[in-house]
Design a protein around this ligand. Structure first.
Ligand SMILES: [Zn+2]
Length: 525
């Protein structure tokens, strides 16, 4: 199946053309970890999650990298050359903390919220502060290739946008617009007002690096370049981290780059100028951007009390999965207006899907079907998967995909035959729900696995899906049941090592687990 996407740079719907057949590499601009991510940020991250899961539905092997910005992102980031104070440093000052403590704290909060919202782990979440050498390599390449310059005596390095005629193509801005616009910093050291900083010096900055110290380059796996000795002790501009880290993890060329629409200018424009300027390569083949989230029809604002975090939503009595559904069910390229009424509607949709899962599970043959589906059921599953996939593959047309899913769920009363048919329907439902990831979350958090259920099956090996879910901490009653069964079998065979290892791992991921006369009682975290 071919995947069609709206490519921001080409301003058109185009077929995804991955560089290697069957594989897609994606770089997502991640959070700046100076405060809790708000629901607008999560709209963009959920879009990236849906994109990855949809591509996996189509059979692609996806490599996804999301950066963690922990230095260099200045407060006035909408200017062609950002100005103001480093967001991390500002927060560190306000809290009286070390900026690294601020960064690690809010990074951990981001991951907690991300997991609660059912967003898959990327293969890597590289931090800017841990990739300074990679950034200096690109900065030196840009100097060598004539795309960057050092204003005399400053120790700083600027990108010379006059050397990169494509600058502005992604966002549709021209150099003349930029010259005329007010959002450029007038700085006589710069050749063009919109030239932007690759490396800045500021003796008062709490996070800075000496580019020439051997310590900085310890453990760097690439070739240490001959750095221009005039580059001073300082810190990187925000944009250079993404071009440097995407090259480090995905290579100089990769398939897809995503972000929120506010990243388009200047951040992505600068990334393109840096990466293509430094390596001469194509950089990202396709660009996708999620639109802004409005709250009650207006831009989110702290003072108006509309800058919601996930914790705020939970405090209002909603579940993370309901927010996930609401944010996902609005097409990423449409402006979205968030309201609490929207969450109420999302709650009932999620409930319908969770009920459908329960109904299929109750009737399905445990452990999967043992016979082919009846012709009517096989036909219905095939039509459903065709329609659901067609929706996803049409630039993530979530409305069509959801319409196909709800039609399928609605038909299933009529279709449920024996345990095998129900097991086939359950499997089809679960494949689709792997994309949406809304019916498992927050399902029954505690329960009893009866003795008779533990006896089913005769292997101590964990089923691969259960193992993967355990490792990814995507725990559900079904997964715990599978794991408990494997442990029970191990104990029966007096394989105490395996039984203990399973128990230890369950405890490590926060599952409470108790052997009782009736069976195993468990509680999910
Ligand atoms: Zn970025």
């Amino acid at each position: 199946m071919s995947f069609t996407l709206y490519d921001t740079r080409q301003r058109a719907l185009v077929p995804l053309q991955p560089r290697a057949a069957g594989k897609v590499s994606i770089y997502n601009c991640g959070p700046t970890v100076y405060s809790e991510a708000h629901i607008g940020n999560f709209r963009s991250f959920l879009f990236a999650d849906l994109l990855r899961r949809s591509l996996e539905w189509s059979g692609y092997a996806v490599t996804q990298i999301m950066n963690i910005t922990d230095v260099g992102h200045l407060t006035e980031d909408d200017r062609a050359d950002a100005a103001g104070e480093d967001k991390l440093q500002k927060k560190a000052r306000e809290l009286g903390w070390d900026p690294y403590r601020v960064a690690r704290h809010f990074e951990e909060r981001f991951h907690e919220d991300r997991r609660a919202l059912g967003i898959q782990d990327a293969q890597a979440f590289p931090r800017a502060t841990e990739h300074i050498p990679e950034m200096l390599v690109q900065i030196q390449q840009l100097l060598d290739r004539g795309h960057a310059y050092l204003p005399e005596g400053s120790g700083e390095v600027y990108y010379d946008i006059g050397t990169f005629p494509e600058y502005g193509k992604l966002s549709g801005k021209t150099l003349e617009d930029l010259r005329a616009g007010a959002r450029v910093e007038v700085n006589e050291r710069k050749r063009h007002p919109a030239d932007f900083a690759l490396w800045k010096t500021d003796a008062a900055h709490l996070m800075q690096w000496d580019p020439h110290s051997g310590e900085l380059w310890q453990g760097f796996s690439g070739t240490r370049p001959a750095l221009d000795p005039r580059i001073g002790k300082g810190f990187p501009g925000w944009h250079i981290e993404c071009s440097a880290m995407s090259e480090r993890y995905l290579g100089a060329e990769f398939d897809l780059h995503t972000g929120g629409e506010d990243n388009m200018f200047p951040h992505h424009e600068c990334e393109i100028a840096q990466a293509r300027g430094a390596t001469g390569s194509e950089f990202a083949r396709h660009w996708m951007h999620a639109r802004h989230l409005l709250v009650n029809g207006a831009k989110m604002s702290k003072s108006a009390g509309t800058l919601y975090t996930l914790a705020d939503i939970v405090a209002l009595g909603y579940r993370p999965v309901e927010l996930r559904y609401l944010l996902l069910s609005n097409h990423y390229r449409q402006p979205m207006n968030f309201t609490l009424d929207g969450l109420v509607a999302a709650r009932s949709s999620v409930q319908r899907l969770q009920n459908a899962r329960t109904r299929f599970s109750e009737r399905a043959r445990p452990g999967g079907p043992s016979a082919a589906a009846s012709p009517a059921v096989a036909e219905r599953i095939s039509v459903f998967e065709r329609d659901f996939g067609a929706g996803l593959n049409d630039d993530l047309n979530i409305s069509n995909a959801l319409a196909a899913l709800f039609a399928f769920v609605g038909d299933c009363h009529r279709l449920e035959g024996g345990a095998d048919d129900a097991a086939h329907l359950l499997q089809a439902f679960e494949r689709a729900d792997h994309v949406l990831n809304v019916s498992r979350q927050d399902a029954a958090k505690a329960g009893l696995i009866k003795k008779s259920e533990l006896e089913q099956g005769d292997t101590t090996k964990l089923d691969a899906a259960a193992l993967a879910a355990l490792l990814a901490r995507e725990l559900s009653p079904e997964v715990v049941q599978e794991i408990a069964r494997a442990r029970h079998q191990a104990r029966r065979q007096k394989d105490w090592g395996t039984a203990d290892a399973i128990r230890t791992h369950l405890q490590r991921v926060g599952v409470q687990f108790e052997d009782t006369p009736e069976g195993v009682r468990y509680k999910l975290p």
